[in-house]
Design a protein around this ligand. Structure first.
Ligand code: SAH
Ligand code: SF4
Ligand code: F3S
Length: 431
């Protein structure tokens, strides 16, 4: 049996694709290994979202190539978004790479790998219909199962590479999604997380995202439902109502805002204004009491002036996010904004990034501290990393909570009293 080693970069969708690749390759006679030194095939499943992500992969490939030097039969390949992004240059800039396969060409991978002595190959065709609905993933295990319900993106925000590397938006048939969730429940998973770049744009015939959520809520064995990332423009009343009425849907939403300046949002072509975003936040808070909100923010977008940046900080304060992912703008070849001159020098971008991080850290800590003394429900994921004899899990608001183990096991739903809190963790005691 040939063995495959795979390393994954990027978002949750890419991690889910790795599970898909492992499932597909597993049924084609490949066995997974966690040691590249014994692997026959080495895959790096890549991300192209920012330059830094690509640089890390290039460095890592340079590292992994030594396995080929020692064992020349080894095939080293690049899959995922960077394979698609750098399809024209990868084979010349990284001549030791044996193959590159884009996100819509995984079905053919086992066949392409069929002949270990074959020529290098490239398959980066995008496919408007490929959803891999019939390919079962090989999952990592644990309590939480990730299910990709749609692929691609049609929004074309001016900064973003995703629509170019992942192709057009398409949804997995609802029956296939529900079958996967039933399988998760049968396999002992207790939480499902639906994935898509604009997950709430999901549609299969008459089944929209709200309807899919309702059908999922009815599946026995699944205790918690989450999804990421919803686009603010697709956050319909129907979805909000589903969140408010389905007991298993967790009171938590990652709602990427990107900027708090209308001028910048318009140039990003995000399709909403600060006012409509804030109105959405109000409606969500009105419908789902205590909902935890998180976001993504980009600083240093071309044309972002000091006043725009201040507006972003103001918006972050006004919403009071529970957490945020914050990034320096990184120009991507192929995107609309990638052609625009950069106006914010790197030191300034860096300063703005540090400022929003400090702002958010303080807010996260303050919000978490309000939970001290309250009782939270924790779905236990396993032993805590830095505390011997402690367990870790997530609350319904997707906050990390640790507590002394006391015989609790993976998959248990534990009621715990919060005794202390930092920006990233709730310290608690199981009741
Ligand atoms: N589909 C999601 C975003 C997926 S990409 C959405 O629409 O919100 C994850 C995050 O990476 C984005 O929200 C954005 O904040 C960041 N990002 C995307 N392109 C970027 C770029 N060129 N430079 C810096 N950050 C970027
Ligand atoms: Fe990128 Fe915008 Fe699509 Fe999100 S919605 S993946 S930011 S183009
Ligand atoms: Fe990166 Fe591709 Fe995800 S570019 S963020 S791995 S969709």
């Amino acid at each position: 049996m040939r063995t495959v080693y795979i390393e994954t970069y990027g978002c949750q969708m890419n991690l889910a694709d790795t599970e898909l690749l492992l499932g597909h390759l597993g049924r084609s006679g490949f066995r997974r290994t966690n040691d590249p030194a014994v692997a026959d095939v080495i895959l790096v499943n890549t991300c192209a979202i920012r330059e830094h992500a690509e640089e890390r992969v290039v460095g890592r490939l340079g590292d992994l190539v030594r396995h080929k030097t020692r064992r020349p039969h080894v095939q080293l390949g690049v899959t995922g978004c960077m394979a698609q992004h750098l399809r024209d240059t990868v084979m010349t800039t990284l001549p030791f790479v044996d193959f590159i396969v884009g996100p819509d060409a995984y079905r053919r991978l086992p066949e392409l790998l069929g002949d270990p002595t074959g020529d290098p190959f490239v398959d980066v065709r995008l496919d408007r219909t490929e959803t891999y609905a019939d390919i079962a993933p090989e999952r990592e295990g644990g309590v939480r199962g990730w299910v990709t319900i749609m692929r691609g993106c049609d929004k074309f925000c001016t900064f973003c590479i995703v629509p170019y590397v992942r192709g057009r938006e398409r949804s997995v048939p609802a029956d296939a999604v529900i079958a996967q969730v039933r399988q998760l429940a049968a396999d002992g998973y207790r939480e499902v997380v639906y994935l898509g770049q604009t997950v709430n744009a999901y549609r299969d015939g008459d089944v929209d995202f709200a309807e899919l959520l309702r059908r999922t809520d009815a599946i026995d064995g699944i205790e918690r439902i989450r999804f990421t990332s919803p686009h603010p423009s697709d956050m319909t009343e129907r979805v909000i109502e589903a969140m408010a009425t389905c007991p298993k849907i967790c009171p938590q939403l990652h709602l990427p805002v990107q900027s708090g300046s209308d001028r910048v949002l318009a140039r990003m072509e995000r399709g909403y204004s600060v006012a409509t975003y804030l109105d959405l936040v109000d409606r969500l808070r009105g419908a789902v009491r205590g909902i935890a909100l998180t976001t993504d923010v980009i600083v240093g977008f071309p044309g972002e002036e000091e006043a725009d940046f201040v507006a972003t900080c103001d918006l972050m304060r006004a919403v009071g996010y529970d957490a945020a992912f914050m990034f320096k703008y990184s120009a991507r070849i192929g995107t609309k904004a990638g052609k625009w001159p950069e106006t914010v020098p790197d030191e300034e971008k860096h300063a703005r990034l540090q400022a929003v991080i400090a702002l958010q850290e303080a807010q996260s800590a303050a919000r978490n501290r309000t939970l001290i003394g309250s009782t939270v429900e924790v779905l236990v994921e396993g032993p805590a990393r830095r505390r011997d004899g402690w367990m870790v899990g997530k609350t319904r608001h997707f906050k990390t909570a640790v507590f002394p183990s006391d015989g609790r096991r993976l998959g248990d739903l534990v009621q715990a009293r919060v005794t202390d809190a930092t920006a990233h963790t709730l310290v608690s005691a199981a009741l």
